[in-house]
Design a protein around this ligand. Structure first.
Ligand code: HEC
Length: 100
C-alpha cells in the first residue's frame, strides 16, 4: 500500500494548514484524505475478515466530514481536536494490521 505514505504526507499538511488557519488548503487536504481512505476502505472490504479496519476507516472518514464542518464554521480549535481523534484512528489500525 504505497498510498499510506501519501496519507501520511497529506495528514501532516492538514495539521500545518489547520495551525495556519488556512481553510482552503485544509479543505483540499480533507478531500484528498477522504479519497485515499475510500481506497483503503475498498481494499479492506474486498479483502474480507478485516471488519475492524473497515470500521476504523469509516470512523476516520466521518471525522474528516466533522473537521470540514468546523473549518466552515471558523472553529479551528474544535477542528484541531477532531484532527487529534483522526490521528488516533491511524494508530488504532496500525496496532491491529501493521506488522512492523
Ligand atoms: C484501515 C487501516 C489503516 C488506517 C486507517 C491507516 N493505516 Fe497506515 N498503514 C496500515 C497498514 C496495514 C500499514 C502497513 C502496510 C503498508 O505499509 O501498507 C500502514 C503503514 C503506514 C505507514 C508506513 C508506510 C511505509 O511506507 O512504510 C505510514 C507512514 C502510515 N501507515 C500512516 C498512516 C496515517 C497518517 C494514517 C491516518 C491518517 C493511517 N496510516 C491510517 C493501515 C492503516
Amino acid at each position: 500500500m504505497d498510498l499510506m505514505q501519501t496519507v501520511d504526507d497529506t495528514s501532516k499538511e492538514l495539521v500545518s494548514n489547520l495551525s495556519l488557519e488556512d481553510a482552503a488548503s485544509a479543505d483540499g487536504n480533507l478531500a484528498d484524505l477522504d479519497a485515499l481512505l475510500a481506497q483503503v476502505e475498498t481494499h479492506y472490504s474486498a479483502k474480507g475478515g478485516a471488519d475492524d479496519a473497515v470500521k476504523i476507516t469509516q470512523d476516520a472518514r466521518a471525522l474528516l466530514v466533522q473537521i470540514h464542518e468546523h473549518i466552515g464554521a471558523g472553529d479551528f480549535e474544535t477542528a484541531n481536536l477532531k484532527q487529534s481523534e483522526f490521528s488516533r484512528n491511524c494508530k488504532a489500525c496500525h496496532k491491529l494490521y501493521k506488522k512492523s
